[in-house]
Design a protein around this ligand. Sequence first.
Ligand SMILES: C[S@@+](CC[C@H](N)C(=O)[O-])C[C@H]1O[C@@H](n2cnc3c(N)ncnc32)[C@H](O)[C@@H]1O
Length: 390
Amino acid sequence: MLPNYHESLDYFFCLDCKKKIIIRSNNGYGHGICGCYRYPLVDNILILKKRPDTEETARLISEGKFEHAKLLQTEVSFSLYHRILNKLTKQDIGLLNHIMYRFIIQQRKKRMKILEKLMTEKKIYTLFSALEAGKWGEYCIFRFVSESFIIGKHILQCLSPNIKIKKQGIILDHLCGAGHYSFILSNIFKNCRVISTDQSFLNLFITKNFFNKNGIFLCIDGNNKLPIKEKIIDLFWSSDAFHYLIKDRQRYLVEDYSRVLGENGVLVQAHLHIKGGKNVGEGNSHTLSEYETIFSNIPSCSYNEQEIMTKLFQNYRVDGDAIILIGTKNKEELETIKKKITKSIGKRKPAISNSFLYQNPLINLFDDSGNKKFYHDRLFENKKNSGEWI
Ligand SMILES: C[S@@+](CC[C@H](N)C(=O)[O-])C[C@H]1O[C@@H](n2cnc3c(N)ncnc32)[C@H](O)[C@@H]1O
């Protein structure tokens, strides 16, 4: 039996007072109490960011206004929301509320609609279109068949039989986005608990409802240390995200990743952008040797995504330039894993394309034939000559 949600939360602590966070909740709503703060638990998503809107959410929950609390956490525009809210003080929010009362009512109505969609929508395509999340929505719709995901999933399939993960182990999908990898991880490691983290409540809400039903969800700022007890993570997975963290903090954050990693734990940083590699949204990316320095306290090896793709599909050119970095605390273990992975790369063709779309249980979430065709055409746009895809 997996530990239940509340037992698992014994693993989390407050970054300021360092005390364990104790959850008091009713039907997924409540508070996480430490020695200095009241972190709100909103629909089983624990908000661990100390901000004025977090305090307001905690207050609404204590008054039993659960739907209001959820609405307050629901972002309308993903990126803009974070950029603005991160900068506001409590007084600013009060003033803003006063000046923009009508606007805020409108926004609330919009958020309500978003949440209603989230509760009822079964099809990923329609869901993300309805969220009007722009490029982010498109990223989420196509994520399962995007190049970097196909490569990351392949590496995960090569890695998973070769790593020691204990029963009821703990897996972290750090900066999980809408949870596509949380889905894969929770399916591969069925006896484990997958913790999904992100800064966005809405992303975590999607992850929880669609992709990681038995997971644990932490809404955090990834530029801070992890609020997680040391040495408890068996597999630390993160994809397409590290390069978005603050440059000056990256090295310090890696030290913290090493702190939470178990003795036999494995760390994977998938799709790390290489500096100048023409990746979409380059972020604070680095050269390979700079990454080696940043990750130097965790023995690691890296694989170039183009090389993996070439092994999988001859003559295929990936857009951009990125690597997958794999690390463990134990150097010998790293050598063993490296040998096994290197041997298996390219051996097993990933089940993508039509067969992926039709066999995957998530197919129910995609739209019917019209959109499947659209989806399919996008994927095959530049790959018409590669017979291996179908
Ligand atoms: C490009 S997405 C990758 C999502 C997912 N890992 C995947 O591969 O599909 C980057 C994610 O990192 C999250 N993120 C970026 N900066 C963050 C921060 N400072 N704290 C928490 N999450 C952050 C974003 O919200 C977004 O969901």
